[in-house]
Design a protein around this ligand. Structure first.
Ligand SMILES: [Zn+2]
Length: 495
């Protein structure tokens, strides 16, 4: 009976979403109306199972089984009714921030967004493994959540984009639009209005977005860095980073300025230093070039102004830097091709900024871009290589979950002919090179478990290759000569 589920929802709201006793009757009556129920249920419910819930998944299954007409937007709307209104959440967030600490405040907003179904249960289903690469370890993850920013809008109808603050409480026109249960917290950063919101994609621990109040284009310049450093003063336990302000190397939404934040150690943060560099005029900052898959410079300093000044020099220089020997063209009369991905952390009052140069120019030999995934590797990654991949969190599409199993079947048995398997599963055709490579290297007759380990290892090798393809200054003689030419152009000394 749906009326029993309504009582379960009310109790769930009281246990996990701060639904107040004073609001209980009001919310119940709206739910009864929305679900077309005449009278509330007056009996007992299993309170203990609701108290022990860590997400709303079971109660959602029950709702859908009792009313198959309920859409995902309807479910989100129901949970938004159980969630406190934005003002109450903002007050509680600020109270926890002041009376406890920034970490607890983030934890509050993030957990609330799990309990109210904004961050969906699929977040726990990602398949992850650590790849032990030649340079360093990195994390490969098959992402079972929806692809980030899949909703492509060709116009600026309301809301202008999925990041606009006008999405709070927005019911949506289709399932991708649903934001009823989104709750955000306003912040003042660099004397501008910003807001913090949980990311529904849960790519890493406490994945949040810092979003501009204004619907304004993504920019990569000194201000980008100043905002990151100012944010770290307010949330020193998080990292913050931004994708570059050009297409095909990061965010799909270049129309609304935003940053990615999280409470996690990204593999790039453990990278070793390859070259120590120095800028004589700015002696209070350490500059280095990292031993990492993609070209990456790191600046460390206690002085925010020094970091911002050095970063500005770096970004402006790279934005206009050309080098034919490595096929690097920064711009032409049609477009700008070069920009920089940025990532910042703060430890013990020292700011650390990572600068990753990117270029998105396409030529006929490289239809995905000169510094992007090659055609032969799009079988495992056909999406942009963004900041998270550059930093060592390699996200692969959910289709690979099944495809890896099928490839594992082929290399663990003698019975399957490759052509038979491919004719039965068209999705395997694109992996033919990977399958042949696996058979050539390791043969057949492995246990399924060993076969899957080998498939994952070889996929990790491909991720490594893709990352090095995105690198501007490659680990080749030409690449390293070009790197030192660029370092010279910045008037940096090698220590
Ligand atoms: Zn917007």
């Amino acid at each position: 009976m749906l009326s029993i589920t309504v009582e379960k929802l009310i109790y769930y709201g009281k246990c996990h979403l701060d639904l107040m006793m004073e609001d209980e009757m009001y919310v119940r009556n709206i739910l009864l109306h929305f679900l077309n129920i005449d009278e509330p249920y007056d009996g007992e419910i299993d309170k203990e199972s609701i108290e022990n819930m860590t997400s709303p998944i079971d109660i959602i299954k029950e709702l859908k089984s009792l009313n198959d007409k309920l859409s995902d937007n309807d479910i989100d709307f129901i949970f938004s009714l159980l969630t406190p209104r934005p003002k109450e959440i903002i007050m509680k967030f600020n109270d926890i921030y002041e009376s406890q600490n920034p970490s607890d405040a983030i934890e509050y907003l993030y957990n609330l967004s799990i309990y109210n179904n904004y961050i969906k249960e699929e977040r726990n289903k990602n398949i992850e493994w650590v790849f032990e690469g030649d340079i360093s370890n990195f994390l490969v993850s098959i992402n079972m959540m929806k692809t980030e920013n899949t909703r492509k809008k060709d116009d600026e109808s309301y809301p202008k984009c999925e990041l606009c603050s006008s999405n709070v409480g927005y019911y949506g026109k289709n399932n991708d639009d649903s934001k009823s249960n989104l709750r955000i917290v306003p912040l003042n950063i660099m004397n501008e209005e910003w807001f913090l919101e949980p990311s529904a994609y849960a790519h890493y621990n406490k994945h949040m977005l810092l979003v501009s109040k204004e619907h304004t284009s993504v920019y990569t310049n000194k201000k980008t860095i100043e905002i990151e450093l100012d944010f770290l003063d307010k949330f020193p336990h998080l990292f913050i980073g931004a994708n570059p302000d050009i297409e095909r190397v990061g965010t799909k939404n270049l129309n609304h300025m935003h940053f990615e934040c999280g409470d996690d150690t990204l593999p790039i943060m453990n990278a070793k230093i390859r070259y120590n560099l120095k800028k004589k005029e700015i002696p209070d900052s350490e500059i280095s070039y990292l031993d990492w898959y993609t070209s990456c410079f790191m600046i460390k300093s206690r002085n925010k102004n020094s970091i911002a000044t050095l970063a500005e020099l770096f970004i402006q220089s790279f934005d206009n830097y050309d080098d034919d020997s490595i096929n690097l063209t920064s711009k032409d009369d049609k477009a700008k091709y070069s920009s920089v991905a940025t990532l910042a952390i703060k430890t013990d009052d020292i700011y650390i900024l990572y600068l990753i140069p990117r270029n998105n120019r396409i030529i006929s030999a490289y239809p995905n871009g000169i510094f992007n995934t090659r055609n032969e590797n799009t079988n495992i990654k056909d999406d942009y290589i963004s900041l998270k991949e550059s930093c060592g969190l390699f996200f692969l599409p959910s289709r690979l979950n099944e495809e890896i199993m099928l490839i594992g079947d082929i290399i663990s048995t003698n019975y399957y002919s490759i052509s038979d398997m491919i004719s039965k599963n068209n999705s395997l055709e694109k992996h033919l090179q990977l399958i042949n490579n696996l058979l050539l290297k390791y043969g057949r007759k492995k246990s399924k478990e060993t076969a899957l380990e080998l498939v994952k290892y070889e996929i990790g090798k491909l991720c490594e290759k893709i990352l090095s393809n995105t690198s501007i200054f490659k680990d080749t003689i030409d690449g390293q000569i070009a790197l030192f030419k660029f370092i010279d152009s910045l008037m940096l000394e090698v220590k």
